[in-house]
Design a protein around this ligand. Structure first.
Ligand SMILES: *Cc1c(COP(=O)(O)O)cnc(C)c1O
Ligand SMILES: [Zn+2]
Length: 412
């Protein structure tokens, strides 16, 4: 089990003891003062080998327990989270001018999104801390994931989602037994309300970025990708970006593997944002190593999971991607809809819009000749069944026929 050495503020660098502070650096405030979990990397380097994780024998993200901030293993949920498949497509890769194409399908998590990696961990943390109520604001996936992982525990779950969250995500919440508030307003508004409520009523807050344990769960996708590719991660890894926590986790995962000597080089991590919701990409374009610019926008995109105008993990995302040597790219909603269809037809993986956005980013860079000869992995962060209405906007209508052979022939 990973013993937290310190919690370090990503803005001012102040270090706190693991029990000294819950959420963010008091000196820098909730927006800039997000915390990074630090371990004793010298000890990990001497204790861990490439075989350590397989020896644990767990086909889940819990094979990485030595790199996770968990002290009480007994409250790990039975739901299998992580160790999602990484598929290879040699022919499609060569058509795209890539040396290899990998698709990691995180839609196969228990509640069908990447968020399960973080929620499973936070549910354990809440119980460790004897917090009976967990809350979160979410565009939908973080919430349904929290509700799913809390369902079989004594925890009560209270959720704030925007009124227009996709139906499947709201259905998941209700089925799992969460108390759900549909907030009149955007995700950004719901986020502030959840933070206020958590403070006022003493609930444990799982909202993006505020809780440093979330990125720890989210880094496991990178650990898995490296291990599943025999510790030779690809040249580039693409992932879609809303609040910036998933990409921060992926950068941190690769950086930690490198610093403990398990991989030789880290892939270039490429964040993909929707054109109508790209404040992190904009800030990154202006970043010169000094203070991260924070300029919120009125977000609008079909990809609801990355429709975030006030990204809460912007400081981490910008500084981590900069340290990684990575970059950001933006894609239109039309490209995202096209990517849902192309990805499904060429790989068999059906992604929700925010998942397909990562593939749209790959498509854009391939078309620009930016990735020629490289190996690339695309993180599919959510299942297409999460948002069927958007998928149907990308495709035609099926024929409705009389039950006769003649009617079939008419359409063939
Ligand atoms: C949350 C989410 C993202 C983006 O993660 P952030 O941490 O908000 O950047 C991408 N895709 C899906 C499906 C998500 O649910
Ligand atoms: Zn600080």
């Amino acid at each position: 089990m990973g013993q937290i050495a310190a919690l370090r503020c990503v803005s001012c660098g102040s270090e706190y003891g693991p029990d000294q502070i819950e959420y963010t650096c008091p000196a820098c405030g909730p927006r800039r003062g997000t915390l990074e979990v630090r371990y004793d990397y010298d000890r990990l380097r001497s204790e861990l080998t490439r075989d350590s994780f397989a020896r644990a024998g767990l086909a889940s993200m819990w094979r990485y327990l030595p790199l996770l901030p968990i002290t009480d293993e007994t409250s790990i949920q039975p739901l299998r989270v992580g160790w999602t498949p990484t598929y290879r497509y040699p022919e499609f890769a060569s058509e795209l001018g890539l040396s290899a194409l990998y698709v990691k399908d995180d839609g196969q998590n228990p509640t069908a999104s990447y968020k399960d990696r973080a929620s499973s961990l936070v549910v354990i943390k809440a119980q460790e801390k004897n917090m009976p109520v967990v809350t979160c604001a979410s565009t939908g996936n973080a919430a349904s994931s929290l509700a799913g992982f809390a369902a079989a525990t004594p925890l009560e779950t209270i959720i704030f989602v925007p009124e227009r969250a996709p139906e499947a995500k709201v259905a998941q919440l209700l089925v799992y037994g969460a108390r759900v508030f549909l907030v009149r307003g955007s995700y950004d508004v719901a986020y502030d309300l959840a933070a206020e409520a958590a403070e006022a009523f003493g609930w444990y807050n799982r909202s993006a970025a505020v809780n440093p344990n979330l990125v720890e769960g989210k880094k496991t996708g990178a650990l898995e990708l490296a291990e599943q590719l025999d510790w030779n991660p690809p040249d580039v890894v693409l992932v879609s970006v809303g609040d910036g926590s998933v990409i921060s986790g992926i950068c941190k995962g690769f950086a930690e593997l490198q610093s403990i000597g398990l991989i030789e080089r880290t892939p270039e991590v490429i964040g993909v944002q929707a054109e109508g919701s790209a404040p992190i990409a904009d800030s990154f374009a202006r970043f010169d190593g000094g203070e991260v610019a924070i300029e919120d926008v009125e977000a609008s995109t079909i990809a609801d999971s990355i429709c975030v105008g006030a990204p809460r993990d912007i400081v981490k995302a910008v500084t981590y991607v900069h340290a990684n040597g990575g970059r950001f790219v933006t894609v239109s909603d039309a490209a995202i809809l096209g990517a849902i269809v192309e990805l499904a037809r060429r790989t068999g993986v059906f992604a929700e819009p925010a998942g397909a956005a990562a593939f749209a980013g790959l498509r854009k860079l391939v078309t620009a000749g930016d990735l020629a000869g490289k190996s690339a992995a695309v993180m599919i962060t959510g299942s297409g069944l999460k948002d069927v209405a958007s998928a149907r906007r990308a495709i035609g209508e099926p024929a409705i026929i009389d039950p006769t052979l003649a009617a079939i022939e008419e359409h063939l």
